[in-house]
Design a protein around this ligand. Structure first.
Ligand code: MN
Length: 270
């Protein structure tokens, strides 16, 4: 039932994305958020359910502020194996760079997930590296003004007020991969940047400008790595020498208590 649309949109001879199968049910439910620099930057929010990943594209990413509602466009189910994917999609549907921005487990706060989805009101708890606590996805019924086209696919992702909510801008505070600790340019540099010279997915606008910067940065990182060097710190060292881009901010002062708790939790998990 679940993966037809996903498969129809992709040519698996050309994309590194997994073709995937419907996975067996497990007691643990996986969730992830993939930061996706395609024609527009967005965050793909995915919840494991019945062997696939229910998926919403969140243009602005999740907000920890309970007063901030984030538009979440319901998109096709993705295969379970997609949840660990990070890399470059060179061409076709979703062409761009995918970063595994957060992952962990989720627990429904309702008995019947199917009924909650049908009703358009799914409450759940997340236990990721960056996102934690109670959240809700609410179907808007096309009433949300920012939803262009496909109004029946528009939902809102909202953080409930709890110990894990707060005014820290989590996308800015923790922008990197939980899989590789890299940013987009690191993921691109780890892949093959040559493809970008002939086949760039975004042609203009903000995403196009972002691509240009990332491609240039990826080329620098690649050049900074001596041939055959296996030192994973080489790229980071190269970055810290660039005066325009300071080394990753030292995490000394926590923006707030919630963020501090999150870091401790992340440290515990690592
Ligand atoms: Mn996407």
């Amino acid at each position: 039932m679940a993966l037809e649309e996903y498969k129809r949109k992709r040519d698996f001879k050309k994309t590194p994305e997994p073709e995937g199968v419907v996975a067996p049910k497990r007691p643990e439910r996986f969730f992830c958020v993939q930061k996706h620099l395609a024609s527009h930057l967005h965050y793909d929010f995915r919840l494991e359910h019945n062997g696939v990943l229910l998926s919403w594209a969140v243009p602005k990413g999740p907000s920890l502020d309970s007063k901030t509602k984030r538009l979440a466009m319901h998109v096709e189910d993705h295969p379970f194996a997609y949840g660990e994917f990070e890399g470059v999609i060179p061409e076709g549907y979703g062409a761009g760079i995918v970063m595994l921005w957060d992952k962990g487990t989720w627990t429904p706060e309702v008995d019947d997930v199917e009924a909650a989805l049908k009703k358009g009101d799914l409450k759940f708890t997340l236990n990721g590296y960056k996102l934690k606590g109670s959240w809700v996805l609410v179907k808007t019924g096309g009433r949300y003004p920012g939803a262009r086209g496909g109004g029946d696919r528009s939902w809102l992702l909202i953080k409930h007020k709890d110990d894990w909510s707060g005014d820290v801008d989590i996308a800015a505070f923790a922008p990197r991969s939980v899989k590789s600790d890299g940013d987009f340019e690191d993921i691109l540099a780890a892949d093959n940047p040559a493809i970008w010279h002939t086949n760039r997915p975004a042609k203009g606008g903000d995403a196009g400008a972002a691509f240009e910067k990332i491609i240039a940065r990826a080329a620098e990182l690649k050049a900074a790595r001596s041939p055959g060097a296996k030192d994973p710190n080489a790229a980071r060292a190269a970055r810290s020498k660039n005066p325009k881009e300071p080394a990753r901010a030292k995490k000394t002062a926590a923006p707030n208590a919630a963020a501090s708790k999150k870091k401790k939790a992340a440290a515990r998990k690592k």
